[in-house]
Write a protein that binds this ligand. Structure first.
Ligand code: ATR
Length: 275
């Protein structure tokens, strides 16, 4: 690792807690590879300190920040400008500090679409069925709609799916119990729930009704390959794992802060999944 100069560029991730974050490893790898005079730090910031610390970090010369749980919504009030895409998602995960203020972006949707494309999956191939109705579902759905893809929400608590469909018109709603039987109508299935993650229940779904054209994406990245994706692969369907979304969503922030477009490759997968 190179030593920093007095004019090194700084960025980091704010969250509470932040010790589990893979972002320092990810951005640190890119900084090393490109021999950039800069650093990316894990910054534990509690909810009570957010409003004071974000403007303070901007004043100290930080180029920007990633924002993670629990600040993705509350940080919006601290932004001078919010990108229209982030406003539609209702959450900010990337801050860029400029001379004219704090700019808020949401790169999750970009990361999801870039990851599909990196796996050879066309995001506009046909209608998408989205399992879940939380913040991740909202980012994924907005990004797919931007590609012209019709989205249907399917969630255990149906009123949450109905609310999300109303927030992102013209979203459709499918009752949770039809998630397996209706699959033949879709070109893309996306799991945005926590089901299948380590220490969580598995996702209970059958892919038998799918056509050969169905692509299956999971935003869960621990384990790297969920039972859902193993089942999809066994049936010969395209399977898109969640770690790629995490890697790709980091690209726009790195470019904005450090001026270089970084690459997402196999070595990066190994480095980030190993830590
Ligand atoms: P995020 O904002 O990260 O997407 P979230 O808001 O906690 O996370 O959303 C988690 C999603 O997983 C929700 O859609 C949730 O469904 P409910 O709206 O019914 O709570 C879904 N989820 C979590 N546990 C589940 C379970 N055991 N069965 C079905 N869905 C589940």
């Amino acid at each position: 690792m190179r030593l920093l100069s007095g004019s090194a560029r700084l960025a980091g991730v704010i969250g509470w807690p932040v010790s589990h974050s893979r972002s320092p490893r990810l951005h640190g790898t890119w900084l090393n590879r490109h021999d950039i005079d800069g650093a990316y730090l894990p910054l534990p910031v509690g909810p009570a300190d957010l409003a004071q610390l974000v403007p303070a970090l901007a004043k100290t010369g930080f180029a920007g920040l990633n924002v993670t749980i629990p600040h993705k919504i509350s940080v919006m009030a601290l932004c001078d400008r919010i990108d229209p895409g982030a406003a539609r998602i209702g959450a900010v995960n990337t801050l860029v500090f400029t001379e004219t203020g704090i700019e808020g972006f949401n790169t999750d949707g970009y990361g999801f679409i870039a990851n599909l494309r990196a796996h050879g999956v066309n995001p506009a191939a046909g209608p998408a069925l989205i399992l879940g109705a939380g913040g991740a579902a909202r980012a994924v759905a907005a990004a797919l709609q931007d590609e012209g893809t019709p989205v249907t929400f399917c969630n255990r608590t149906e009123r949450n799916a109905i609310a999300l469909a109303a927030a992102l018109p013209p979203g459709n709603v499918l009752p949770w119990e039809y998630r397996s039987a209706a699959l033949g109508d879709y070109a893309l299935l996306v799991n945005t729930t926590s089901l299948g993650m380590v220490h969580h229940e598995p996702l209970d779904i059958s892919l038998e009704a799918a056509t050969a054209a169905l692509a299956v994406a999971d935003i869960v990245y621990a384990p790297l390959e969920t039972e859902l994706l193993k089942t999809a692969r066994a049936l010969g369907l395209a399977a898109v794992e969640g770690l790629g979304m995490l890697l790709h969503q980091a690209v726009p922030g790195f470019k904005a802060w450090f001026g270089v477009t970084p690459e997402v490759d196999d070595e990066l997968y190994r480095i980030v999944s190993g830590g």
